[in-house]
Design a protein around this ligand. Structure first.
Ligand code: PHE
Length: 349
C-alpha cells in the first residue's frame, strides 16, 4: 500500500469521524471543514501532490481511489449540510410554536357605568309594575320643556333652571318633564291609564363643582288615569325608596312648588346612615331630600287635550347622580363623567 493510499484512507476516516462526532454547530463550521478537506489548498490537494512519485502502473488505481474518496466525502458533506438545515428548521419551529395548553392572558372585563346600573335597576322595578319606558329628546323645544310644563315665556320660575339655548325656540332640555307632555299627547286613554318613566340626560347652565354639573341625569315618572290620588304617589314613592334604600326607610312629603304640579312636594327619605338621629350625611336633620313630585297640574293635562275633570295623575322627577352619590357615599359628581375606569370599577356589582 502506498503512502498516498494510506493518507487517503486516513483523510476519509478522519473527515467522516469529524463530521459524525463534531456535532457541527452551524453551516459555517461545516463549510470551513469542507474547504480544509476538499478545497484548492485542502488536504486532498496536498495528498495529490504525492502523485508525482507514484509509478506509472499504479497511477490509474490510485486515481480511482482518489475519485472515490472525493465522491464519498462530497456526499458526506452534502448529507451533513442537509441534516444541519433540517435541524435549524426544527429548532425554529420549536421556538415559534404555540403552546395551546398555556393559560390565557386575562382580559380586563368592564362593567356598566354606575348611572346605567341605577337607571336599569329603577327601570326594572317600574317595568314590573306595568310602566312603559319612554325615551325623550335631549335637544328639545322651548315649547315642550317650558310652555307645556305650564311655564309661559315670561314665567319667573324659568329662572330656577338656567338654560342652554340653541335658538330662541330650541334648547338643551333642563329636565325630563317635557317627556310628560309628549307622552300625554300620544296616549290613548280608552286603553287604560298612562304609566311611564323616562330616564335621560338633562342640562343646566351651572358652574361645575363637587355637587353641580352642567349635565346630569333624571328619571321622570308619570301616572295619569281615573281616580289617581296623592295616596298613589306616596305609595309609589315609598315602594321605590324601599327598594333603593332599604325596607325600613320612611318618607316625608314637604310642600313645595313646581309650575307643572299642584300640589307640589319635596320628598325626603329618613337618613339611611344614622336612621334618623342626625349625622353628617343628613346634616343633622335625620332626613335627606331625594326628589320632587306632585299631582299633575290640570293645565298640563288640558294642554294635551286630557279632560282634567275626569283624569288626574301624579309625576315625579329624581336625580340619578343624587341617588348614586347618597347610596355609595360619592363625594364628587364629576367622577361620573371623567371616564376614569378606576371610578367605574368600584361598582362592579
Ligand atoms: N322637573 C323637576 C325638576 O327638574 C322635577 C319634577 C318632576 C318635579 C316631576 C315634579 C314633578 O326640578
Amino acid at each position: 500500500m502506498s503512502t498516498i493510499e494510506e493518507k487517503l484512507t486516513k483523510l476519509r476516516e478522519d473527515t467522516l469521524k469529524q463530521l459524525k462526532d463534531l456535532r457541527l454547530e452551524n453551516q459555517k463550521e461545516l463549510q470551513d471543514l469542507k474547504v480544509s478537506v476538499l478545497g484548492k489548498k485542502g488536504s486532498l490537494t496536498e495528498i495529490l501532490k504525492g502523485m508525482k512519485d507514484v509509478s506509472q502502473e499504479m497511477r490509474p488505481i490510485i486515481g480511482k481511489h482518489v475519485n472515490e474518496a472525493r465522491d464519498i466525502l462530497n456526499a458526506a458533506f452534502e448529507e451533513s449540510a442537509a441534516y444541519l438545515e433540517e435541524e435549524a428548521i426544527k429548532a425554529q419551529l420549536a421556538s415559534e410554536s404555540i403552546d395551546v395548553t398555556l393559560p390565557g392572558r386575562p382580559v380586563a372585563i368592564g362593567n356598566r357605568h354606575l348611572l346605567t346600573q341605577i337607571s336599569q335597576e329603577i327601570e326594572d322595578i317600574f317595568l314590573g309594575m306595568g310602566f312603559q319606558i319612554v325615551d325623550g329628546f335631549e335637544v328639545e323645544r322651548d315649547y315642550y320643556n317650558f310652555e307645556r310644563m305650564n311655564l309661559p315665556k315670561d314665567h319667573p320660575a324659568r329662572d330656577m333652571q338656567d338654560t342652554f339655548y340653541i335658538t330662541e325656540e330650541i334648547l338643551l332640555r333642563t329636565h325630563t318633564s317635557p317627556v310628560q307632555a309628549r307622552t300625554l299627547d300620544e296616549h290613548d286613554f280608552s286603553k287604560g291609564p298612562l304609566k311611564m318613566i323616562s330616564p335621560g340626560r338633562v342640562f343646566r347652565r351651572d358652574t361645575d363643582d363637587a355637587t353641580h354639573s352642567h349635565q346630569f341625569h333624571q328619571i321622570e315618572g308619570l301616572v295619569v288615569g281615573e281616580g289617581i290620588s296623592m295616596a298613589d304617589l306616596k305609595g309609589t314613592l315609598e315602594m321605590i325608596i324601599h327598594k333603593m334604600f332599604g325596607e325600613d326607610r320612611k318618607i316625608r312629603l314637604r310642600p313645595s312648588y313646581f309650575p307643572f304640579t299642584e300640589p307640589s312636594v319635596e320628598v325626603d327619605v329618613s337618613c339611611f346612615k344614622c336612621g334618623g338621629e342626625g349625622c353628617s350625611v343628613c346634616k343633622k336633620t335625620g332626613w335627606i331630600e331625594i326628589l320632587g313630585a306632585g299631582m299633575v297640574h290640570p293645565r298640563v293635562l288640558e294642554m294635551s287635550g286630557v279632560d282634567s275633570e275626569r283624569y288626574s295623575g301624579f309625576a315625579f322627577g329624581l336625580g340619578q347622580e343624587r341617588i348614586a352619590m347618597l347610596r355609595y357615599g360619592i363625594m364628587d359628581i364629576r367622577g361620573f363623567y371623567q371616564g376614569d375606569s378606576r371610578f367605574n370599577a368600584q361598582f362592579k356589582g
